[in-house]
Design a protein around this ligand. Structure first.
Ligand code: PGA
Length: 263
């Protein structure tokens, strides 16, 4: 099995202006070592993508868009397309719970966005996860199934290799509530099983799966230790240089350890 690179993504959401983003990355760049087995990605405001793309060393950091529209160009006032982002970002978040729940993005739109990203050579980070209500009703497996089938419909096996899946239980995002590692393990198992069902065993082994939801420096290592977890999608702690640096450091330690690649 090919080794899956660790991936740490900082989702800055609607925080920091262009200047603050630039200062932040300047400070972070002094703290983060370039490590061939760990990719560090930051997802700033759309406005900062262009200046940060000129500022960063791409061996150290890569950029992700937080959002985009699925059409490549045309009369869509106020929107930015994956075509316009192409070359600027390596990754893009798709189906983040805030997009699903605050902006009512549904599976069909999310599927179109996954395809648009792939078409424009941007790696989609497809976010999936159940709400507190769905969890209490015992619907987690079904929700993950529907979101994966919905998000990956029309994707070929070849295209799948550029896709990352992030498991983010909605109730753990921005709430400080920690998902139990055993529950995350089960969810990752469900996700890989679903990918296996759709694309086969090799694809299920190769795809990178992240965990996200209130990850902090003191919990990062325990999530990274979960078999089948390849990295973290971090919100709140990624806009604090010190906290984000510590989280990245825990991925470096995992990548160095001999069992780090075991599923
Ligand atoms: P959080 O956000 O780390 O603040 O919970 C995670 C996310 O929204 O991806």
């Amino acid at each position: 099995m090919a080794q899956r690179k660790k991936l740490i993504v900082g989702n800055w959401k609607m925080n920091m202006n262009v200047h603050q983003a630039s200062v932040f990355i300047h400070h972070l760049s002094k703290k983060v070592a370039v490590h061939r087995d760990v990719e560090v990605v930051v997802s700033p405001t759309m406005l900062a993508l262009q200046p940060l793309s000129l500022q960063i060393d791409r061996r150290q950091f890569k950029l992700a868009a937080q959002n985009f529209y699925f059409r490549d160009h045309g009369a869509f006032t106020g929107e930015v397309s994956a075509t316009q982002l192409s070359g600027l970002v390596d990754y893009a978040l798709v189906g983040h719970s805030e997009r699903r729940h605050v902006f009512h993005e549904h599976d069909k739109l999310i599927r179109d966005k996954v395809q648009a990203a792939v078409r424009n050579r941007i790696k989609p980070i497809l976010c999936v996860g159940e709400t507190a209500h769905e969890r209490s009703e015992g619907e987690t497996t079904g929700v993950l199934h529907d979101q994966i089938v919905g998000g990956l419909a029309n994707i070929t096996s070849e295209e799948l290799s550029s896709i990352v899946i992030a498991y983010e239980p909605v109730w753990a995002i921005g709430t400080g509530k920690n998902a139990m590692p055993d529950d995350v393990k089960k969810a990752v198992h469900t996700i890989r099983n679903q990918v296996k069902h759709l694309f086969g065993e090799a694809a299920a082994q190769a795809i990178r799966v992240l965990y996200g939801g209130s990850v902090k420096p003191d919990s990062a290592a325990s999530y990274l230790a979960i078999p089948g977890i390849d990295g973290l999608l971090v919100g709140g702690a990624s806009i604090n240089v010190h906290e984000f640096e510590l989280i990245i450091a825990s991925a470096h330690h995992r990548a160095d350890s001999p069992e780090a690649w075991a599923l």
